[in-house]
Structures are given as structure tokens and as C-alpha cells.
Design a protein around this ligand. Structure first.
Ligand code: HXC
Length: 258
């Protein structure tokens, strides 16, 4: 499928979606988020794809929602279109694992998009921020909620109220990103993580993602029960048998998603 604002490449089992509005530092407009939702749904449907990477350019993952697009809108426009609500929903409803590979600016909606992915690998050049306060607004795509869950109230308040940027080191120390790598090897590292994921059983990948996400939605007791039941259910799969047999036979497992 041809897209205007993103570039999608499928190589082996990994779909890489590159945000591609270089003149606007990949600012997220309605078209880009619509195309991203379509590409993610397509990757979810494509049996060949087992892991997804979302990335930007060396200068910017995404510098936020498109301020030029938003600037003319009224409350009624925003409310009636539920601005970026459905688009955000389409991203988080993707079932396959998504890695955000972030270099340069991940600001506002860009930081929020990275947080909607399953984990973030950051280049040492990455800069995260929620600078919406400088525009007389607040984050609107999860920044006040997800950032607080990731890095805690004090740091989230600091970021959201001052609008300051956080470098890659601080982001890793704070739990926002899973690892920091040299900028030149960002895509290589993300691909290698995605390929490692691709070797697993898709059944256990989907179950694992669901259960980790569940940790944000339930009480501890409900989450633990839900995890245990999903763990038990995996004993009804051929892949569980294959994984455990392979371990005992000292060979690598050949999962077949059954
Ligand atoms: C539209 C943007 C943009 C944005 C950059 N550009 N960010 N256009 N929306 N968010 C455009 C600039 O206008 C400029 O285009 C070009 O990209 C290059 O940007 P410069 O500012 O010239 O680059 P630089 O001096 O290097 O500064 C980089 C920057 C700065 C620090 C990232 O661009 C910046 O502060 N951007 C805005 C960041 C921001 O406030 N994000 C939050 C947005 S609100 P021209 O044509 O002028 O050359 C948000 C809400 C989310 O995200 C919730 C939605 C529901």
C-alpha cells in the first residue's frame, strides 16, 4: 500500500514503519496518524510479520502533534472529532509487539506515541518532552497518564509543568526507555530485538503483551489471577510442548504458532 507520510518496509519477519514528514520534524497530523493506524492493522493481519518497529529520522522521532494543523481548531472541532482519540486507540489495539526506536526529538504527541509502543529503545541523541504547556495546552494523547505511570508523579509533574526535555540517560534511569544505544546503531539494535522476538511463539507473545498491559488496568490480585490463567491456558498449545521438549533435548525450539 502507498502512503504519503510514512514508509513501511517488511524484511524477514519485521515490519519497520518510518515516520516521514521531514520538513515538519515528523509532526503528527491527522493523515500521518490515519496512515500509521492502517499500516499497523495491516502488519497485524500479515502472517509474515511477527514484530513491528516504529521509528523516525536521526533528528526527530516526532516533534509532537502538528501545531499548524491544530492552531485553527476550536473546542467544538476538537471535541466533535475526538481529536486523535480514535487514532490513539488504533495504535494501542495492535496485538503484535511494537518497538519504538527513538532518535532526536520525541516531544508532545511524539513522546506519547513512543509510550504507546510496547517498549522504547533510545539513541543517545534522544530527547523526550511534554512541552504542550508552552502552547497554552496540556498533553492530549496520554502524556499525563502514561508518563506518570512510567516515571512517577514527581518527574512527570516536572516534565509536564516546566516543559523541559529529558535526555536519553535520564530517560533510561527513570524507566521511560528500556535501553540506550549509540545513535548509529539504533536501527540495528531495534531490528535485533525485533528478530529475537520473532523467533518466539506468536501465541505466547500475544498473551505476554496482553498480560503486561493488563498490569495498568487492574488490581494486583486480579492481574495475578489473569496472568496465572493465561499461563495455564498456554499448556493447551503445541508450542508449550515444543518449547519445553526443546529445552530438555538441548536444541532450539521450532515454534509453529499452534
Ligand atoms: C508543526 C513543526 C512541529 C510541530 C517542528 N515543526 N515541530 N510543525 N508541528 N509540532 C516544524 C517547524 O515549524 C519547522 O518548519 C520545521 O519543523 C523545523 O523545526 P525548527 O523549529 O526550525 O527546528 P529546530 O530549531 O531544530 O527546533 C526543533 C524543536 C522545535 C525544538 C523540536 O521545532 C519545537 O519546539 N517544536 C515544537 C515542539 C512541541 O511543542 N511539541 C508539542 C506539540 S503539541 P518551518 O516550515 O517553519 O521551517 C502536542 C499535543 C499532543 O504534541 C496531543 C494531541 C492530541
Amino acid at each position: 500500500m502507498a502512503y504519503e507520510t510514512i514508509i513501511v518496509e517488511v524484511e524477514d519477519h519485521v515490519a519497520t514503519i518510518k515516520l516521514n514528514r521531514p520538513d515538519a520534524l515528523n509532526a503528527l497530523n491527522s493523515e500521518l496518524l490515519r496512515e500509521l493506524g492502517t499500516a499497523l492493522a495491516e502488519a497485524d493481519r500479515n502472517d509474515k510479520v511477527r514484530a513491528i518497529i516504529i521509528t523516525g529520522s536521526p533528528k526527530a522521532f516526532a516533534a509532537g502533534a502538528d501545531i499548524k494543523e491544530m492552531s485553527e481548531k476550536s473546542y467544538v472541532d476538537m471535541y466533535m472529532s475526538d481529536y486523535f482519540g480514535p487514532e490513539g486507540g488504533a495504535i494501542v489495539s495492535t496485538r503484535k509487539p511494537i518497538i519504538a526506536a527513538v532518535a532526536g526529538y520525541a516531544l508532545g504527541g511524539g513522546c506519547e506515541l513512543a509510550m504507546m509502543c510496547d517498549f522504547i529503545i533510545a539513541a543517545d541523541t534522544a530527547k523526550f518532552g511534554q512541552p504542550e504547556i508552552n502552547l497554552g495546552v496540556i498533553p492530549g494523547l496520554g502524556g499525563t497518564q502514561r508518563l506518570t505511570r512510567f516515571i512517577g508523579k514527581s518527574k512527570a509533574m516536572d516534565m509536564v509543568l516546566t516543559g523541559r526535555f529529558m535526555g536519553a540517560e535520564e530517560a533510561e534511569r527513570s524507566g521511560l526507555v528500556s535501553r540506550v544505544v549509540p545513535a548509529k546503531s539504533l536501527l540495528e539494535e531495534a531490528r535485533s530485538a525485533a528478530e529475537k522476538i520473532s523467533e518466539k511463539s506468536m501465541i505466547s507473545l500475544l498473551a505476554a503483551k496482553e498480560q503486561v498491559n493488563n498490569a495498568y488496568e487492574t488490581t494486583l490480585a486480579q492481574g495475578l489471577l489473569s496472568e496465572r490463567r493465561a499461563f495455564h491456558a498456554l499448556f493447551n498449545t503445541e508450542d508449550q510442548n515444543e518449547g519445553m521438549s526443546a529445552f530438555m533435548e538441548k536444541r532450539s525450539a521450532q515454534f509453529r504458532d499452534r
